[in-house]
Design a protein around this ligand. Structure first.
Ligand code: NAI
Ligand code: MG
Length: 366
C-alpha cells in the first residue's frame, strides 16, 4: 500500500516546526525504507495571501484523498481584521467539517525528563501515556433547540445535549480500534446517573464492545469522578472515550498533567476510507505563536509527535512510531531544551533546528 500524506505548514511557527518534521519523514524514507508520497500545500493566512481563501478547493479535494493530513498551525495578527468568512481558522474548520472528523484524539504523555513540569507529583505522572478520545461533531455544542428565549417574563439560555446511537457507535468504535493499538483498555465517561444522553451513551458503548470488541477491557465511569481520577492516579487509564463537552474539559485537565504546550500532539479521525484507513488530520495542540515566529525558538516536538501518531494510527507503523517517540524522549533526557522548556541546571538550550538535529541524531543511534 502506498502512504500518501498532505502537509499543510500554515502560518507563524507552523512552517518552522514542519521543516523539522519533513527532515524526519525523509529520514524514515532513507533509513527505514518507509516511503511517503508527500504533497505540500497552503492553509490559513498563507492560503489567503495566494488564493483569497484560507483553503483552496483543490487543497480540500486533496485532503479527502490522502491517508493523512499533517497541519502546522494557522492564524496571526496580520489576519485578525479579515472578515470571519476568510479568517485563517476557517481553513482548519473546513477541513474538520468536510472530512467529518468526529473523533478528537488528545494524548497525555509525560516523558520522564519533563515530569517536574507537571502540576502533579513526579511519581503520579512520570511515564504517563493515556489517550482521550473526545466526540467532536455533536453533543451540547450543536444540539437544537439552542438560544436565549423569553419565558415567564425573563430570559432563559438553552442548549441541548443530543446524541444519536450512530454518533455514539462510531466514536466508540474509533476508541476500541485505538485501544487495540495501545494498552487494550477503554474507560467510557458520561453522567448516566443524571442525563438521558448518558444512559444511551453507556448502553451503546457497551453494545459495541460486546458485539465487536470483547477482547478490549471496558469500564464505565461518571465524568466528574473521572476528572478526580485523572488528577489522583492517571496511569490507571489507557484510552478514555467521552462526549464533546466532557472531552473538552477532561482533555484540558489531562494536558496540564504533562507540562508544555510545545510538547502536545493531537489527531482528529473520521470514518474508514476504502483502504480501511480512517480519514485523519494530525496537528500540534498549539497555535501559530506569533510572539516567537521567525526567531528559531519554536519547539518542534508537538508537531514531531503528531507525525508519530500518524505513523501509528494511519500507517500501521506502531514500532516506528515508538522509535520516534523514544528518540524525542532520549533527547529530552540528555537535557536538550528549546526555550519553552524550563532551563534546568545542565540543560542544553537549542533552536528549532537544533532540536530537529538532536532528534535525527537519536534516530540514527536507534
Ligand atoms: P499559541 O498556542 O500560538 O501560543 C500560546 C503561547 O505558547 C505563546 O506564548 C507561544 O509562544 C507559546 N508556544 C506555542 N507553541 C509553542 C511551541 N511549539 N514552542 C514554544 N512555544 C510555543 O496560542 P495563541 O497565542 O493564543 O494564538 C496565536 C495564534 O494562533 C492566533 O492567531 C490563534 O488564532 C492561532 N491558533 C491556532 C491554532 C491552530 O492552528 N490549531 C490553535 C490555537 C491558536
Ligand atoms: Mg478546551
Amino acid at each position: 500500500m502506498t502512504n500518501t500524506l498532505l502537509i499543510l505548514p500554515g502560518d507563524g511557527i507552523g512552517p518552522e516546526v514542519m521543516a523539522e518534521v519533513t527532515r524526519i519523514i525523509d529520514w524514515f524514507g532513507a533509513r527505514r525504507g518507509l516511503r511517503f508520497d508527500v504533497t505540500e500545500d497552503l492553509v490559513g493566512g498563507a492560503a489567503y495571501d495566494v488564493h483569497g481563501v484560507p483553503l483552496a478547493d483543490a487543497t480540500m479535494a486533496k485532503a479527502q484523498e490522502v491517508d493523512a493530513v499533517l497541519l502546522g498551525a494557522v492564524g496571526g495578527p496580520k489576519y485578525d481584521a479579515l472578515d470571519f468568512s476568510v479568517k485563517p481558522e476557517r481553513g482548519l474548520l473546513r477541513l474538520r467539517k468536510e472530512m467529518d472528523l468526529f473523533a478528537n484524539l488528545r494524548p497525555a504523555q509525560c516523558f520522564d525528563a519533563l515530569a517536574d513540569f507537571s502540576s502533579l507529583k513526579r511519581e503520579v505522572v512520570a511515564g504517563l501515556d493515556i489517550m482521550i478520545v473526545r466526540e467532536l461533531t455533536s453533543g451540547v455544542y450543536f444540539g437544537e433547540p439552542r438560544g436565549i428565549f423569553e419565558e415567564n417574563g425573563e430570559r432563559v439560555g438553552i442548549n441541548t445535549q443530543r446524541y444519536t446511537e450512530s454518533e455514539i457507535d462510531r466514536v466508540a468504535r474509533a476508541a476500541f480500534e485505538l485501544a487495540r493499538k495501545r494498552g487494550n483498555k477503554v474507560c467510557s465517561m458520561e453522567k448516566a446517573n443524571v442525563m438521558e444522553s448518558g444512559i444511551l451513551w453507556r448502553e451503546v458503548v457497551q453494545k459495541v464492545h460486546d458485539e465487536s470488541y470483547a477482547d478490549v477491557e471496558l469500564s464505565h465511569m461518571y465524568a466528574d469522578a473521572g476528572g478526580m481520577q485523572l488528577c489522583r492516579w492517571p496511569k490507571q487509564f489507557d484510552v478514555i472515550v467521552t462526549d464533546n463537552l466532557f472531552g473538552d474539559l477532561l482533555s484540558d485537565v489531562a494536558a496540564m498533567l504533562t507540562g508544555s504546550l510545545g510538547m502536545l500532539p493531537s489527531a482528529s479521525l473520521g470514518a474508514p476510507m476504502a483502504n480501511g484507513r480512517p480519514k485523519a488530520l494530525y496537528e500540534p495542540v498549539h497555535g501559530s505563536a506569533p510572539d516567537i515566529a521567525g526567531q528559531g525558538k519554536a519547539n518542534p516536538c508537538a508537531c514531531v509527535l503528531s507525525f508519530a501518531m500518524a505513523l501509528r494510527y494511519s500507517f500501521d507503523q506502531g514500532d516506528e512510531a515508538t522509535r520516534l517517540e523514544r528518540a524525542v524522549e532520549k533527547v529530552l533526557a540528555d537535557g536538550v531544551r528549546t526555550a519553552d522548556l524550563m532551563q534546568a541546571e545542565g540543560a542544553k538550550p537549542v533552536t528549532t533546528t537544533g532540536m530537529g538535529d538532536a532528534i535525527l541524531a537519536a534516530l540514527d543511534a536507534s
